[in-house]
Design a protein around this ligand. Structure first.
Ligand code: PEP
Ligand code: MG
Length: 575
C-alpha cells in the first residue's frame, strides 16, 4: 500500500465518504512540429486517429443515451457528423500532402481556417455552436494522434472520488453520476459551482486543497471527511486502524442524517407559530426529484444555466418541456425559475463568448441576456408557456439597476404578445429579482415597488460586498458571509421588501447554514431556499426556535463589528 497522508481543505459540501481517486486532468496536446514521419505515414496516422475518435464518440454516445436518457446522445451526434465529413478530412489530407507537415499541424491549420470563416459569418449562436463542436472534434483527433488517453468524467470507474485542479460546469455537465462518491479540488471556493453541484447531488466535496494533484495518485484509497462546516480532511491511503475509525464516523454521520430525514415533511414553523417558506435549489428536473426525497415542497431557485452547459443551446420547446415538467412535479408548489445566469465562471461553450479581464464584473447574468436578446426571448417564451402548468415565478439574476429590470419586463411583455399572436397558451408569471449586488441592496426600496419578490443571492452578495472573489482559494479566508457588512445588507433588503408588501428570500448557500438560519429569520427573511440535503436540518432548526428569539439574535448579530464576534456569539447563543 502506498504512503498514507492527510490533506486539509475547505468544506464545499458536507458529508463523509470513501472511494478510489480518479485524477481528472486535461491532456497536454503540445507536440514537436519538426518530428515528421513522411507524407504516407502522416496520412495513415490521420486515418487511424479519426477511426479511434469515432469509436470513442460512439462509446460515449451509447453509454450516455443508456444511463442518462436519449436526449444526451444528441450532444455527440453533431460531433460525429463532423468526424464523418469526408470534405473536412480531405482538406486535412491535402494539407499533409502539400505541406510536408505532421498530421497534427495539418489539423490545426484547417481548424484555424474554419474558425476564421465562422468569425466572419452572420448567424450568432448557431455558428458558435458549430465552431465549438469542431473545436472539440479537432482536439479529440489531435489527442488520438498523440496516443493520449481520454480523460473524461462521462465514464467513471465504480466508487470514484474525482480529484482535479479545478472543475468547471462544462466538465461536470455530462458526468457519470452513478459512480461518483465525492469531489476534491485544488482550486475553487465555498460557493464555486463544483460546491453547488456536489450539494445538489448530496455528495461530499472539499475545495481549496493545495498540491492535491501531486499528492494523490490514480486509484489511491481516499476518505473525504467533510463533516465540519468549514474544514475538510482528505485521508490518502489511511492505515487499517484509521480506516475503521473513519468507517465508524461515517456510520454515525449517516445515522444522524437519517434521523433528520424523519423531520422532512414537518411544517417549517417556529415555536411561536411563524411560518417560513422552505424551498430547494435545483439545476435540473433530476435535482428536483432528489430534492423531493428530502421533503422539498417548493423551489426557490432553479438555476437554468445547467440546461445550457450540457452541450448545445436548448431551444424554446426543450426548455418549455423542462420548466413545465418541474412545475407539474411540484403539483402547485412554488417554482422560482431564474433566467440564464452565465458569464463569471460559467462559460457556455456553445456561445463562444470572448474572454474577459474581470469576468465577475463583466458580461454576466442579466447583462448578458439583455445583450443576446434572441437567446433571452427564447427562454422567456418557454417560461411563459410553462407558467400555465403551475405556480412559476421568474427571477432575473445580477440586477444592478431598475433599468435592467424594466428592460427585462418589457421583453417578457413583448414575448407574451408574440405568443398571443401565434395563438399559444401562456401566462405572464410574477417577476422578481435577485439581490446579489450592493447596488440592488441600495435600490431595494425602489426595486420592491416594481417587482413581486426579491431573493438574496448571498454567494455573490458576499463576493461583491466584501470584494472577495468567491472562487479564489487564496483569499477564501476573507470570504465571510456572516460578516456584519453582509448581514446588514440582508437586513436592509428584507426591510425594504416588507415595507412594500413583498417577500424577501435567501437562495445563496448562507440560507442552509445552521448558524445563519435564526439570524436570517430574525432579519425578516420569509423564504429560505437551500440545497436539497440541507432541508431536513433546516426544518429541525426552524421548529426549535421562536421568532422572538430570532429577532433578538439578529439584532445582536448586526450590532457586532466583526465576523469572528458574530460567529462566536451565534455559536454560543443560538441553540
Ligand atoms: C448566489 O449568488 O447566491 C446565487 C444563489 O446564485 P449563484 O450561486 O448561482 O451565482
Ligand atoms: Mg449569484
Amino acid at each position: 500500500m502506498a504512503d498514507s497522508s492527510l490533506l486539509a481543505g475547505l468544506t464545499a459540501s458536507p458529508g463523509i465518504t470513501s472511494g478510489s481517486a480518479y485524477l481528472f486532468k486535461a491532456a497536454d496536446l503540445s507536440y514537436d512540429p519538426c518530428q515528421y514521419g513522411g507524407a504516407e505515414e502522416e496520412q495513415s496516422r490521420l486515418e487511424d486517429a479519426f477511426k479511434k475518435a469515432c469509436e470513442e464518440l460512439d462509446r460515449i454516445k451509447t453509454r450516455l443515451s443508456g444511463s442518462l436518457g436519449e436526449e444526451y446522445g444528441h450532444i455527440f451526434r453533431a460531433q460525429m457528423t463532423v468526424l464523418e465529413d469526408e470534405d473536412f478530412k480531405d482538406e486535412i489530407r491535402e494539407k499533409i500532402a502539400l505541406g510536408d507537415c505532421r498530421a497534427e499541424t495539418a489539423i490545426e491549420e484547417v481548424y484555424k481556417v474554419y474558425s476564421g470563416l465562422f468569425a466572419e459569418m452572420e448567424g450568432g449562436s448557431y455558428n458558435a455552436q458549430r465552431l465549438a463542436d469542431l473545436n472539440d472534434v479537432c482536439k479529440r483527433v489531435l489527442r488520438n494522434l498523440l496516443n493520449l488517453e481520454e480523460v473524461t468524467l462521462a465514464a467513471l470507474p465504480p466508487e470514484s472520488i474525482v480529484v482535479a485542479e479545478e472543475l468547471f460546469p462544462s466538465d461536470t455537465a455530462a458526468m457519470d453520476r452513478e459512480n461518483i462518491r465525492g469531489f476534491a479540488t485544488e482550486k475553487g471556493g465555498l460557493t464555486s459551482h463544483v460546491a453547488i453541484l456536489a450539494k445538489s447531488l448530496s455528495l461530499p466535496a472539499a475545495v481549496g486543497t493545495p498540491a492535491l494533484m501531486t499528492s494523490i495518485r490514480k486509484n489511491d484509497l481516499l476518505f473525504l471527511d467533510v463533516r465540519d462546516y468549514e474544514k475538510a480532511k482528505i485521508y490518502v491511503n489511511p492505515d487499517t486502524e484509521k480506516r475503521k475509525e473513519l468507517e465508524e464516523a461515517r456510520r454515525t454521520y449517516l445515522g444522524r442524517q437519517e434521523e433528520l430525514l424523519t423531520m422532512k415533511d414537518l411544517e417549517p414553523v417556529t415555536t411561536d407559530g411563524h411560518r417560513i417558506t422552505l424551498s430547494a435549489n435545483i439545476g435540473s428536473v433530476e435535482d428536483l426529484v432528489n430534492a423531493q426525497g428530502f421533503g422539498a415542497k417548493s423551489v426557490g431557485l432553479f438555476r437554468t444555466e445547467f440546461l445550457f452547459l450540457r452541450g448545445g443551446l436548448p431551444g424554446e420547446e426543450e426548455q418549455y418541456q423542462a420548466y413545465a415538467e418541474a412545475a407539474l412535479k411540484l403539483s402547485g408548489g412554488m417554482l422560482v425559475i431564474r433566467t440564464l445566469d452565465i458569464g463569471g465562471d460559467k462559460d457556455v461553450k456553445a456561445l463562444a463568448l470572448p474572454k474577459e479581464e474581470n469576468p465577475f464584473l463583466g458580461l454576466r447574468g442579466i447583462r448578458l441576456t439583455l445583450k443576446y436578446e434572441e437567446l433571452f426571448r427564447t427562454q422567456l417564451k418557454a417560461l411563459l408557456r410553462a407558467s400555465v402548468h403551475g405556480d412559476i415565478r421568474v427571477m432575473f439574476p445580477m440586477i444592478s439597476s431598475l433599468r435592467e429590470f424594466r428592460q427585462a419586463r418589457a421583453l417578457v411583455e413583448s414575448s407574451s404578445a408574440e405568443l398571443a399572436e401565434r395563438g399559444i397558451a401562456h401566462k405572464i408569471p410574477p417577476l422578481g429579482v435577485m439581490v446579489e449586488t450592493p447596488a440592488a441592496v441600495f435600490l431595494a426600496d425602489d426595486l420592491c415597488k416594481e417587482v413581486s419578490f426579491v431573493s438574496m443571492g448571498t454567494n455573490d452578495l458576499t463576493q461583491y460586498v466584501l470584494c472577495v472573489d468567491r472562487g479564489n482559494e487564496e483569499i477564501s479566508s476573507s470570504y465571510r458571509p456572516l460578516s456584519p457588512a453582509v448581514l446588514r445588507a440582508i437586513g436592509m433588503t428584507a426591510r425594504a421588501a416588507r415595507k412594500n408588501g413583498k417577500w424577501a428570500g435567501v437562495c445563496g448557500e448562507l440560507g442552509g447554514n445552521p448558524m445563519a438560519i435564526p439570524v436570517l429569520i430574525g432579519l425578516g427573511v420569509e423564504e429560505l431556499s437551500v440545497t436539497a440535503s440541507a432541508l431536513p436540518q433546516a426544518v429541525s432548526i426552524i421548529r426549535n426556535v421562536s421568532l422572538d428569539r430570532c429577532r433578538e439574535v439578529a439584532e445582536k448579530a448586526v450590532s457586532l463589528s466583526t465576523e469572528e464576534d458574530v460567529k462566536e456569539f451565534l455559536g454560543l447563543n443560538v441553540f
